[in-house]
Design a binder for this molecule. Structure first.
Ligand code: NCD
Length: 303
């Protein structure tokens, strides 16, 4: 039984296989429209979501399967005191695959590996978000034709941004990657992420000013300051608009820079940039649906 709790649950070869299936689906969508006939995907979301939940549901529906689930903690029996493990065991009787998002980080998810159906972690607190990473890697591959040999800037909330942690972890497996990590000092990557970079001998720079490196970047991955993870609202208000990407700031950037964002955007990318060819964040949303179709097929062992 294969689960996707952490991006490390997939080997580099498996990631590449999923990306390649996703690319095939994009060109041959109809061929896949009955692959999950009779299968059910459950989405258990204990935290808000627009793209992740709906893209998993759209993916399963596009594969000819069905979906069920809930979109907020208040509609689940955990409010009566049920454990997540019991909820998962129960839902495993109704569904063939489960997607779960939960505000609690890490360790408790390991217990879910006992589940009788595959579990996909759709975000655990500020820690990780592996299916977003597959989305990001598919987007980069489609835009740049490769992942190796790229200079990638990650900007915003690198401390609490779970998409950043999973993406960095995946990128450590590629060759000659250079990372420019830009954030206010208070929102730098957590120590365990820095250790992963060092262990894998990845070249990286930590800075508060991405503009100094703008002309070097092949990809710029913007992120939202994660309001819900701050202990103090004053601290959030102090940091929330620390960097806003706009037309002026990319004047010196490469003509084929790929600007990404997992979304939702709050204020970190000016709307005027949406019409620039380099803005790839809505293409990234589309990639999310296709890569999740490929992921569902992989975890259900359907070719
Ligand atoms: C991200 C998330 O939930 O971590 N969104 C997403 O899944 N596309 C990013 C965010 O909320 O900032």
């Amino acid at each position: 039984m294969k689960h996707l709790i952490d991006i490390k649950d997939l080997s580099k070869e498996e990631i590449e296989e999923i990306i390649s299936v996703a690319n095939h689906i994009i060109d041959n969508e109809k061929l896949y429209s009955k692959k999950c006939d009779g299968k059910i995907l459950a989405t258990l979301f204990f935290e808000p979501s627009t793209r992740t939940r709906l893209s998993f549901e759209a993916a399963m529906l596009k594969l000819g399967g069905n979906v069920l689930g809930f979109a907020s903690e208040s509609s689940s029996s955990t409010t009566k005191g049920e454990s997540i493990a019991d909820t998962i065991q129960t839902v495993g009787c109704y569904a063939d695959i489960i997607v779960m998002r939960h505000p609690k980080e890490g360790a408790h998810l390991e217990g879910l590996r006992k589940s009788r159906v595959p579990i996909i972690n759709a975000g655990d607190g500020g820690r990780s978000h592996p299916s977003q990473t597959l989305t990001d890697l598919l987007t980069i591959t489609r835009e740049k034709g490769k992942i190796d040999n790229l200079t990638i800037g990650l900007c915003g909330d690198l401390k609490f941004g779970r998409t950043v942690h999973s993406l960095i972890s995946a990128l450590t497996r590629y060759d000659n990657i250079k990372l420019i990590l830009s954030s206010p000092k208070e929102l730098q990557i957590p120590e365990y992420v820095r250790e992963e970079l060092i262990e894998n001998k990845i070249e990286y720079i930590e800075t508060e000013d991405i503009c100094k490196y703008m002309s070097d970047l092949d990809v710029l991955y913007m992120t939202r300051i994660q309001k819900e993870r701050f202990e103090s609202e004053d601290e959030y208000n102090r940091l929330k608009d620390s960097f806003v990407l706009d037309v002026k700031k990319i004047e010196n950037a490469k003509k084929d820079l790929c600007i990404m964002h997992p979304l939702p955007r709050v204020n970190e990318i000016s709307v005027e940039l949406d019409d620039d060819d380099r803005a790839c964040y809505f293409k990234q949303v589309e990639c999310g649906k296709f890569v999740r179709m490929a992921l569902i097929l992989k975890l259900l062992n359907i070719c």
